[in-house]
Design a protein around this ligand. Structure first.
Ligand SMILES: O=C(O)CCC(=O)C(=O)O
Ligand SMILES: [Fe+2]
Length: 207
């Protein structure tokens, strides 16, 4: 299964990958928006057209998108997570030093029509070892939590409040075999009052 996942992630990447050096927006503590480059990060948006070459990946994605929102909404607080306007990205962070700066995925929220509430990341790196680095760091209230991008690892956090970054991939490991693959699915909320909610205990976190 791990090998299938590896072949499939490479096929999706090869077939549809066009975007290099993607940019993202980040917001500072006074509300200013800056655009940052993600040098060495290649991304594509897997969809039904990838089913022929990556059936397991697509089946996994569709199972997750249909089953996860109802599960989350049945918790003690209903965040009205929806699967209606999800978006997905397969990102390949090149070996040899590429990284993501500290940012929030949805810094501006409803004023720019961005209703993403939940970031779900699945790592697809069956041969990942600690020395390859490229760890996700979640900058939480009182601590930074570092998550290694091991295959099958599943990370979920609020898209609108949690600052995070990716440490540089190790410059000593260069070549496609060391590229770092992450499949991200963003799920929106139908209750836009839940975005940048003043009652959120994370509201004071800053990019
Ligand atoms: O690949 C990761 O671990 C995080 C990626 C990320 O922060 C993003 O795509 O916004
Ligand atoms: Fe992010």
């Amino acid at each position: 299964m791990k090998i299938v996942a590896k072949r499939e992630r490479e096929r999706v990447n090869r077939r549809t990958n066009t975007e290099n050096n993607s940019v993202s927006e980040s917001i500072d503590s006074s509300g200013g928006v800056t655009v940052f480059d993600k040098v060495g990060v290649f991304a594509c948006e897997p969809d039904g057209s990838n089913y022929d070459t990556a059936p397991n990946l697509l089946t996994y994605m569709s199972t997750l998108i249909t089953s996860f929102p109802p599960l989350l909404n049945s918790g003690s607080v209903n965040y009205s997570i929806s699967n209606s306007a999800f978006n997905a990205k397969l990102a390949v962070t090149s070996s040899g030093g590429s990284s993501y700066p500290r940012h929030i995925d949805n810094p501006l929220g409803v004023k720019v029509g961005d209703t993403r509430k939940l970031t779900v990341i699945i790592y697809l790196n069956p041969e990942w070892r600690g020395e390859h680095e490229g760890n996700l760091v979640l900058h939480l209230e009182n601590e930074d939590v570092e998550v290694t991008p091991e295959s099958g690892r599943f990370v979920v956090f609020w898209s609108d409040v949690i600052p995070h970054s990716v440490t540089p991939t190790n410059e000593d490991f260069v070549g496609e075999e060391y590229d770092r693959y992450a499949l991200t699915i963003w799920l929106p909320t139908e209750d836009v009052g839940k975005i940048h909610d003043e009652d959120s205990k994370f509201k004071d976190l800053k990019v």
